[in-house]
Design a protein around this ligand. Structure first.
Ligand SMILES: Cc1cc2nc3c(=O)[nH]c(=O)nc-3n(C[C@H](O)[C@H](O)[C@H](O)COP(=O)(O)OP(=O)(O)OC[C@H]3O[C@@H](n4cnc5c(N)ncnc54)[C@H](O)[C@@H]3O)c2cc1C
Length: 416
């Protein structure tokens, strides 16, 4: 098929949760929308994540204890953070920018931008879930962050205080209250922080497919294909697909997750997108009665109860897009989970790896490209599920030439 699209059409590359939410917003606004993806709807990174609507997660990664824990983490080959030595030369410029993002002035700017994005994220997901009939997939159980020592708890406090000014509600807990929030925890956890406003979804893949079903009912189209080349000019964009065909688009949105910079590069913009690869194992749902999402920050992973199983994982592997997965990482986190939740039934799990698309300042790229008629929507790192509906709203505003719902200057691609 070599469909030539009319000049009113919007083509979105990428059917992850970000592309899906953009499609939903655009068809609602009356656009004719086609989404192109080489695999399917919500089949890649958006399918297997930890399912959190992490609206209170406003701190840039460079501030979230990553620097403090770096030496200990890097010393452990299967620990929360790993960088294969052969990838380091490629990664060095990104790491340098990441380091600079941790400077006080830059951190503050990131924090303010992220907090505004999170307020929009919460409102936009509430609206989109209502309209798409997916609100039943929302779980409002809060989250419980766990600490193994007074020292670890004390080190977390500045991060909690930084959230105070954004009205994020949390409660430090211990003793019976801690045990009540998650019965059966190993006694090594001496304190916790309960965040009541933290939400999760029943299953991120199913949510993506359900929001797509809504967008499709309103007229959005899906086409399977791999875009190998993007070009843009005054009369619109042209996409060349791996099967030799091409597509024209009056407006093009690049929402291709961790691969987006490859297309942006073809359009003449160098964007420092890296991937933070993450791993997990999804066990059968009866593996343990986990009451809410549990976070083990010191070990870089979380446990999420889903409607489809119990998901255990996280970690960051800065190893690029091509290296094969190392599922020993999933197993290392599972082994720890067995110690943290004695009695966990660890058999019958499904291992998975996903590619977080990450910019060094922990903010996404959302905005107009230099090329006319092209828009970027990628790089949400650890927060793509959380911020997908807000991103859809912002892209809709931009395509309609309306003032965006929040100040998007901190997210522009040209900030680097
Ligand atoms: C272990 C782990 C846990 C996580 N937990 C959470 C969480 O709890 N909460 C949260 O908010 N976020 C979480 N994230 C992050 C979140 O999963 C991502 O930010 C999000 O899925 C990114 O969505 P996306 O639509 O941008 O990318 P993707 O889901 O990767 O979708 C991009 C799509 O683009 C397609 N594509 C790419 N290039 C091309 C091309 N050239 N032609 C055609 N198609 C193309 C791909 O096939 C893919 O389907 C987690 C990530 C990981 C790895």
């Amino acid at each position: 098929m070599n469909a030539a699209l009319s000049s009113d059409d919007v083509v979105i590359v990428g059917a992850g949760i970000v592309g899906i939410c953009i499609a939903a917003h655009l068809v609602e606004a009356g656009h004719a929308v086609t989404v192109i993806d080489r695999t399917g709807i919500s089949e890649e990174t958006s399918s297997g994540n930890a399912a959190a609507f992490a609206f209170s997660d406003v701190l840039p990664l460079a501030q979230k204890g990553m620097m403090r824990n770096l030496p200990r983490w890097l010393a452990d080959p299967l620990g929360p953070l790993s960088v294969p030595p052969t990838y380091l030369p490629h990664l060095a410029p990104w790491l340098w920018r990441f380091w600079r993002a941790g400077a006080a002035k830059n951190r503050e700017a990131s924090l303010v931008a992220q907090a505004a994005m999170m307020r929009l994220a919460e409102a936009e997901w509430a609206g989109l879930m209502d309209r798409s009939g997916t609100a039943t997939m929302l779980r409002e159980d809060g989250s419980l962050e766990l600490y193994e020592s007074e020292a670890e708890f004390a080190a977390s406090l500045p991060g909690w205080v930084a959230r105070d000014r954004f009205g994020i509600v949390y409660r430090h807990v211990e003793g019976a209250e801690l045990a009540g929030l998650q019965p059966g925890l190993a006694p090594r956890f001496v304190k916790g922080t309960f965040v009541p406003g933290w939400k999760t979804v029943a299953d991120p893949k199913l949510l993506g497919k359900a929001v797509w079903a809504y967008a499709e009912k309103k007229g959005a189209r899906f086409e399977r294909g791999e875009v190998v080349r993007a070009e843009a000019g005054a009369s619109g964009a042209t996409l060349h697909l791996a099967d030799g065909s091409s597509r024209k688009a009056a407006k093009l949105v690049i929402a291709a997750g961790a691969w987006s910079h490859l297309l942006a590069g073809q359009l003449g913009e160098a964007i420092p997108l890296e991937t933070e690869r993450g791993y997990n194992t999804t066990l059968p749902a009866d593996a343990f009665d986990v009451k809410r999402q549990l976070t083990f920050s010191g070990h870089g992973f979380v446990i999420t109860p889903l409607s489809t199983g119990l998901r255990i994982g996280g970690a960051v592997e800065l190893a690029g897009l091509k290296r094969p997965p190392n599922y020993a990482r999933s197993r290392a986190m599972l082994e720890k989970a067995k110690r943290f939740l004695p009695g966990l039934k660890a058999e019958g799990g499904r291992e998975w790896m996903g590619f977080r698309p990450s910019l060094p300042d922990s903010l996404p790229v959302i905005g107009a490209a230099r090329a006319p008629g092209v828009f970027y929507a990628f790089g949400h790192g650890h927060l793509g599920l959380t911020q997908a509906a807000a991103t859809g709203r912002l892209i809709r505003d931009l395509i309609a030439c309306q003032a965006p719902a929040i100040d998007i200057r901190p997210f522009r691609a040209q900030r680097f």
